[in-house]
Design a protein around this ligand. Structure first.
Ligand code: EPZ
Length: 418
């Protein structure tokens, strides 16, 4: 079982070219099946989740070629409607294939996604919206069987700006009869990237990035598509914390700084110096990190829940008491007990954590329980005294390309033991 081993104390310096976004490429790969066409996608990250999506598309009959960070997907030969059970279970976000497959084939069979490490992940809003668009949905024996001869555009008011539900509705509505309006839609930048990809293929979507998205259904997509995947704002945020926590000086390239405003604001509160232009930034970590009165995770453009664990690692060595309120997911504090094993002083009350900064962390054996929690243990290990060992690295590989190699390049004393 892969493990990461690191020795803390080194100040990190240097440059990082940020890779393409996991949470953008997954819905875009799902979108490649909407029409039988060829997609050429650049800046595709090398991640475990991308490999799973690739396997699903191959199992559906698509052909795929990949060279480094470029992927060619030909979805013309698609001839299956059932998503392989074991693959769907491996990656929750395969659920967004429902909308795409309904657009393409009018039918899809997929296993019910269970909960995951960060809590129950219901899909009630996805199913309700697809029914509103006219899909018949049968749920039995752990599977969801959706059918629709022709979806019909309608108005959908989401109870919560769910990222996945917004993406599923867009993918189902692009070829529906008439116009669909999503209100209280998710505003994440990854939704804008999906809109851009689909519009290049011939869709008519507007409003992504705002809470009202309008999709005019079209009969067919005409074009093959070439798309450059947006950079990963969560990967960028994670390296910003690596700089902050080690009193480092790191330059991030190939980012969209605008996507990082909520993270930048909090890291400035923590005492970091940040200089930026549109597509790059330099972050210098302070000698002593300031505590932050409140970090509340919220849908975009609020502070991302996917950065919660990483900023907790930083605040565990801050000067004073910080509070984190996790409002998006039920159970996203699994990293707390591992950080406490490293000497952190953290108390949780439901979805609120109170972090009393300590002078130093100490290295020990730890276990990654989920993707971002795993990243927070690596960040804590960068400053912890002595040796830190992190097990279950497969969680981290789901969302970070060459994490240990890039940190090593910045001066960390780190290795991956396979
Ligand atoms: C996306 O998940 C991201 N995943 C998550 O990133 C991210 O944490 C999340 O959005 C929030 O930003 C991908 O894009 C692949 P949601 P998603 O639907 O779409 C509840 C990472 O670390 N909800 O916006 O699953 C839900 O339980 C991952 O990269 C319902 O109740 O998130 C949650 O509490 C982790 N019913 C909240 O809404 C529904 O039908 C937000 O979920 C749908 C969601």
């Amino acid at each position: 079982m892969d493990r990461i081993i690191l020795y803390g104390g080194n100040r990190l310096t240097g440059e990082v070219n940020v890779s393409g976004a996991k949470n953008a490429i997954l819905p875009i790969l799902a979108a490649t099946v909407v029409e039988g066409n060829e997609s050429t996608i650049f800046n595709v990250p090398n991640l475990r989740d991308v490999e799973v999506m690739e396997k699903i598309l191959l199992a559906l009959g698509c052909t795929i070629k990949r060279v480094d960070n470029i992927m060619w997907v030909n979805s013309k030969p698609l001839d299956q409607v059932k998503i392989p059970d074991e693959l769907a279970r491996e990656m929750r976000s395969s659920i967004i294939l429902m909308g795409a497959m309904l657009s393409r084939c009018g039918e899809v069979i997929i296993s019910y996604p269970g909960g995951c490490e960060i809590g129950p992940r219901p899909i009630d809003m996805h199913l309700k919206a697809l029914k509103d668009l006219g899909a018949e949905i049968e749920e039995s024996y752990g599977f969801i069987h959706c059918r629709a001869s022709k979806l019909k555009g309608t108005e959908i008011q989401l109870d919560y700006p769910s990222v996945g539900a917004t993406e599923n509705i867009i993918l189902a509505a692009v070829k529906a009869e008439g116009t669909t309006i999503i209100r209280n839609a998710a505003r994440e930048p990854e939704i804008v990237d999906l809109q851009n990809y689909l519009n290049k293929a011939g869709a008519r979507i507007s409003g992504a990035g705002t809470s009202v998205i309008i999709i005019e259904g079209v009969n067919e997509f005409k074009k093959d598509v070439t798309h450059y995947t947006m950079p990963d704002r969560i990967v960028a945020g994670t390296y910003m914390i690596a700089s902050a926590i080690t009193r480092g000086e790191i330059i991030l390239k190939n980012i969209i700084t605008d996507h990082l405003q909520a993270v930048i604001a909090k890291l400035k509160e923590a005492g970091c110096l940040i200089y930026s232009d549109e597509n790059s930034l330099k972050i210098i970590g302070p000698e002593r990190i300031n505590s932050i009165e409140m970090v509340q995770t919220l849908p975009y453009p609020g502070f991302p829940t996917d950065m919660q664990a990483q900023i907790m690692a930083l605040l565990s060595i801050a000067n004073g008491i910080s509070i984190i309120s996790e409002t998006v997911f039920e159970n996203r504090f699994k990293h707390v007990e591992e950080l406490i094993r490293m000497g952190a002083n953290i108390k949780t009350f439901g979805k609120v954590a109170i972090i009393k900064g300590v002078k130093e962390l100490t290295g020990t054996k730890t276990t990654a329980k989920d993707l971002r929690g795993g990243a927070s243990l690596v960040l804590a290990g960068l400053v912890a005294k002595g040796r830190t060992e992190i097990e279950n690295v497969y969680h981290i590989k789901r969302g970070y390309e060459d994490f240990h190699k890039i940190l090593k390049g910045l001066g960390a004393n780190i290795e991956l033991v396979e």
